[in-house]
Unconditional design. Sequence first.
Length: 294
Amino acid sequence: MCRNFLRALVTYTAAIMMLAAAAFADDRHDRAIREEVWAIPITLPMIAYVVRPVGRGPFPLVVMNHGVSLNQRERGFFPLVEFRDAAMWFARRGYMVVAPSGSGYGAAALDDPKRGLYSLFFSKVGNCDNPNFRDAGRAVALIDKWIIEYMTAQGLIVPDNVIVVGQSAGGWAAIALSSENLPGVRAIVTFAAGRGGRVGGRPNNNCAPDRLVAATGEFGRTARTPMLWIYIENDTFFGPALSRRMHQAYTGAGGNAEYHLLPPFGSDGHFLVSSPDGLPLWTPLVGAFLDKHN
């Protein structure tokens, strides 16, 4: 069943790539890049948006994780390219960017006797009375590990020069990944990271914030990978008071994270990284951070 799904996925993706994989150059930049759509045959096959410099490589790798929509119907139609402008910014700096689609959506289970049982519930943290923030983060972090392993095995990337980037639930997964200190991951960048925001669609109404802070501290106890945390003053999912508590818990437990709170952006700063207008606000911070850790 998995092989049939993968075969259909590859066929579908090949058709898309014929339309989307032409070389792309921007007059404002010297480096030419190309955009593609890939089917990545990892344990749980994924479709991913890939943008990379033109050339043979290998290139350093950026893995980008999107968040989770509060609307169940929207989760079934999440756009394939969520952070296109941000991804292209990384590619013009020389990175190969892989942004898996769906690594925060729905529930998937693969039962393969050759590989064991994997039950990954990406969009669920459970009831707000007893949420499981820890496992929700680790599940998507596992996808990141599989992608890094696959790209390394294919000889497509520089294996000891990987950056992980995530927004919202994808940023929470990146915090979870930091606790594992993967040898090839040099640094991690998060935007508006967290889980359980806007319960019932209400601004600044968080699901068990004390438990989220506690889980952040738990990840921080073993995390040593350098991180950059970016939050925005008018984020209605994870406001300044909560994000500061999370950072205190993480660094107080031993984690290594820079915290930056940016001024209000648009109607909801939670979506800063997905807007091309946000590039001038966050790219200087991220550029300096990457230069420091590369």
